[in-house]
Design a protein around this ligand. Structure first.
Ligand code: ATP
Ligand code: MG
Length: 429
């Protein structure tokens, strides 16, 4: 019998790669905190009805992709396929709306969708998401979009493309929907199978079909922007003006739509050409109808989610894995020396240094080899002599220069030592 493997569409994020994840999380946390967004952590599974209502039964996510199961108490539960529904549920359940004003929230974590696994598409994947609840102002849309672009830019990602569209409000969309159905009906037999199905249930979704013939037909479909009321039009114009004021490049994309009633006004996507078929890194938009749909007071809202696997695929193309080498690697041999080494390691860590302790007890030669492999800047050596005299040898690994310290002295001179470490780090590249 072989060893047990991960289920299809899931993977381990191993230590060799974790630096990228932590780097992304650190940058994101910093950028969002500066804009006064606070993290919220909702459960990974929720009642199935939350997603049926909050995402919509006509969507692929709810219709085909959810991990739904009965628990032992016969409740229907679902592993969250996205983050917004849970955040809105938490917002309502905990009366966060009663605090008035806007709530600026963000989350990160795994999401689950039963999809065909391929590069940039998994069954367990990760998102960082943002939700701004309580403002219908176009500035809120732009604040959200700008934070997404700030995060991606700060991470060093280039050649990203921002597409925006407006899907208007409920009544705009009602009129647009009729126009679309009238347009598509004569082509019904030429549409792909999914799109034929959507013609009755959710015609707006036909517009983002990836099927070649459907895409051709979409080219001449009516443009939603022509169905916007003055008020919706004005909102969209303001969003565009504010993006321009912030020097954020964008393209209008009339095929960028979300089919559900609670999506309103701005829809946007950030794509990269360097991702192949799964090009979208970030998707988001305004959803003024969702909070009410989930039983809350009318609350305008806007949000987005970034797919971390796709983001990290891009990051790997431009950046080496963040360094995880220690400052010091400690080698020691003999019972007394080993004991002192353990204490020294702890003191140096308290002083803020990164220290790896060799635990093998093997010959010095072998320990030195491991020290080299660890990528440490310097090695600290404790043998029998050092143990007797309470000293330690410090050896800079690049130059092989060596110096003896009293063990206590090493800690009292820590600031100087840190400077030397920085200098050696620079010279060793
Ligand atoms: P797609 O069209 O690629 O299926 P989506 O419209 O289903 O994307 P959203 O629900 O808007 O995606 O999720 C936001 C982001 O999360 C996506 O832009 C993508 O980066 C990421 N994402 C979505 N589904 C997956 C998945 N199965 N595996 C990896 N990342 C995903
Ligand atoms: Mg999808």
């Amino acid at each position: 019998m072989g060893t047990i493997q991960t289920p299809p569409g899931t993977r381990d994020i191993l230590p060799g790669e974790i630096g990228y994840w932590q780097y992304v999380e650190t940058i994101t946390t910093e950028i969002l905190s500066r804009a006064m967004y606070q993290e919220i952590r909702a459960p990974i599974f929720e009642q199935t009805s939350l997603f049926e209502r909050g995402i919509g039964e006509a969507t692929d996510v709810v219709g085909k992709e959810m991990y739904t199961f009965k628990d032992r108490g016969d409740r229907s539960l679902t592993l969250r396929p996205e983050g917004t529904a849970g955040v809105v549920r938490a917002f309502l359940q905990n009366n966060l709306y009663a605090m008035g004003g806007v709530q600026r929230l963000w989350y990160k974590g795994p999401m689950f969708r039963y999809e065909r696994p391929q590069a940039g598409r998994q069954r367990q994947f990760h998102q960082i998401g943002l939700e701004l609840l309580g403002s219908g102002d176009p500035r809120a849309d732009v604040e959200a979009i700008a934070l997404a672009t700030d995060i991606l830019k700060t991470l060093g990602l280039q050649s990203l493309k921002l597409d925006i569209n407006s899907v208007g409000d409920r009544s705009d969309r009602q009129r647009y929907r009729e126009a679309l159905v009238n347009y598509f009906l004569p082509y019904k037999d030429e549409l792909d199978f999914d799109s034929q199905d959507r013609l009755e249930r959710n015609p707006l979704r036909i517009l983002d079909s990836k099927h070649p013939r459907t895409k051709e037909i979409n080219q001449n479909a009516p443009n939603i922007v022509e169905y916007l009321t003055d008020k919706s039009r004005q909102h969209f114009d303001q969003v565009q003006q504010l993006l321009t004021d912030l020097n954020i490049d964008y393209q209008l994309n009339p095929c960028l739509v979300r089919g559900l009633d609670y999506y309103t006004h701005t829809a946007f996507e950030i794509q990269s050409e360097d991702l192949g078929a799964q090009a979208t890194v970030c998707g988001g938009g305004r959803y003024d109808g969702l909070v009410a749909e989930l039983g809350g007071p009318d609350t305008p809202a806007v949000g987005w989610a970034i797919g971390l696997e796709r983001l990290i695929i891009l990051l790997k193309q431009i950046k080496d894995a963040p360094n995880t080498s220690p400052d010091f690697y400690i080698v020691s041999r003999g019972e007394k020396a080993e004991g002192q080494a353990l204490i020294l390691a702890q003191k140096l860590r308290y002083a803020g240094l990164t220290v790896e302790l060799d635990l093998s007890g093997s010959a010095f030669g072998k320990q030195f080899k491991r020290a080299d492999r660890s990528g440490a800047i310097a090695c600290l050596v404790l043998g029998e002599t050092e143990a007797q005299t309470q000293t330690v040898q410090l050896k800079w690994l690049a130059s092989q220069e060596q110096k003896t310290f009293n063990q206590g002295e090493l800690i009292t001179q820590i600031e100087e030592l840190k400077e030397q470490l920085t200098r050696h780090k620079q010279t060793s590249g």
